[in-house]
Design a protein around this ligand. Sequence first.
Ligand code: CA
Length: 225
Amino acid sequence: MRLLVVEDETRLAAALQRGLQAEGFAVDVAHDGESGLQLAREGSYDAIVLDVMLPRLSGYRVVQALRADENWVPVLMLSAKDGEYDQADGLDVGADDYLTKPFSYVVLLARLRALLRRGAPERPAVLSCGGLELDPASRRVARDGTEIALTPREFALLEYLLRRADEVVSKTEILEHVWDQYYDGDPNVVEVYVGYLRRKVDVPFGRRSLVTVRGAGYRLARDEG
Ligand code: CA
């Protein structure tokens, strides 16, 4: 089994390499995101241990770039415990598991073995509805084959509506899932963002798939008739 460790703390990287080699793994090491990504693209690894905070290219960008290449190598992310980034973000961009620093080597080994047993994950399903396609892994959105650029919030909103296509979804539900449950700003922000989305995914294509259901919420219509 061949592993790639991407970690800029050289002592930690060396300790991981030694420890994992002692377990019988072949281990390559990169000390920044750019060279890590390059190695990951060239080499055929069974798993990657990837730090989040890296020079040149963050761990998030590395895993996003790999998934955009349709490279599904299992990735275990090491996140710093500084609150700036959280584990959910890592899983969002396509990591398979995460550990918060400082971590126990024994736990890291157990998690790695679990990932290796599972193997490369299946490509996550592309969500689609009425010619609209959203790929949660590569973060791409297209309508009738034309790629659409969305902001992260617009993307999250569209993803949520696509997951519940043809259902009426209330503003409150949208706020809870796309903003967060502690959001206490103006609930009309949902309306505003639905408007942004319409201008990107409906209007240019002459479609009306984002339907307002008076007094109830919104519905992403599969067939707007
Ligand atoms: Ca680091």
